[in-house]
Design a protein around this ligand. Sequence first.
Ligand code: OSB
Ligand code: MG
Length: 372
Amino acid sequence: MKLEQIDVIHLRMPLRSPFETSFGRSLTRDCLLIIVKDEGIEGYGECVADWEPGYSSETVGTEWHILQEFILPTVVGTEIAHPKELRKTLSWIRGHRMAKAGLEMALWDLYGKQSGQSLKTLLGGRRDRVEVGVSVGIQESPQKLVQVVEDYLQQGYARVKLKIKPGRDVEDVQAVRRAFPTLRLQVDANSAYHLENAFVLKPLDALNLLLIEQPLDEEDLWDHHHLQKAFQTPLCLDESILSLQHARQALEIGACRIINIKAGRVGGLAEAVAIHDHCLSKGAPVWCGGMLETGVGRASNLALASLPGFTLPGDISATDRYYEEDITEERFVLNADSTIDVPDQPGLGVTLNHQAVKKYQMNAFSCRNFVK
Ligand code: OSB
Ligand code: MG
């Protein structure tokens, strides 16, 4: 692939309903759409960094800067034989995994289109459809939360994740468990606790949860080990796992028993697959996390989640859980068995709705190769 031109487009899309987590409440969702061009073929990628540094220190602003000043100048005009090569090419740039992952996704899409293979096939995926669940934000009250969960169950979701934060934890989860005794249920604290106050969560151990996701700070790997020792429920790490090394170390020290894999957070699909392979060899379950992606990132998540080690349902909901209008022509729908079909067309298998892209565009820049 010769990367002749790369476009970066900052999008801001309205969410169908506000999404509240321990780090804040969002009415819109930002991302960077990355388009690589080679001989008239386009590859699409989504950089999942949000506008605010609530989930991660990487934001639209930081990734925009790193893409414009360092990443794109490094790759534009160069020849890249395979998307897996990108990691080495960009290894001199520290951090900024979401920007690197966004570009890598576009290369996977381009490579798949040029070679006539779906992303699922390229990554070694096995399933045609993957089990999914829904991530439910913090609501006004436990009663409202039960209603919102019931509505998602009626839509067909068979696994629910509840967002929790200090003051809105045990009571909320107990209410949902009481209303739905056999529901596959899990919680996500998004790093809102410290070891000193995390034991308020101990009653969750009696609620038969699939897992407790990222209770402590991103950097508190060792404290997660202490907490895991005190809990029967498996801990699952999201924010703490930025690389294969982190995944290996976390499992080795018993900081968690399950890992949430997000390609954006770990620097791309190649690293995500490496983490999957390691966890599979250690018998640790993994599942595919979500970042409220557009159809572009959602197609990528579905392909990733089709790998054999993804044994727990992913945070990959149907398009209508997030957006009235998406930037892809394709909309993803929930099947009756709480699964979503994995795209099987070359690359990501999605086409852009250019009118929608224009509508949600905040800002854009292009990096072009002028040397012939
Ligand atoms: O922690 O998993 C998370 C959304 C944005 C940022 C972080 C997280 C989430 C979600 C939503 O939980 C998952 C989805 O895309 O449905
Ligand atoms: Mg999470």
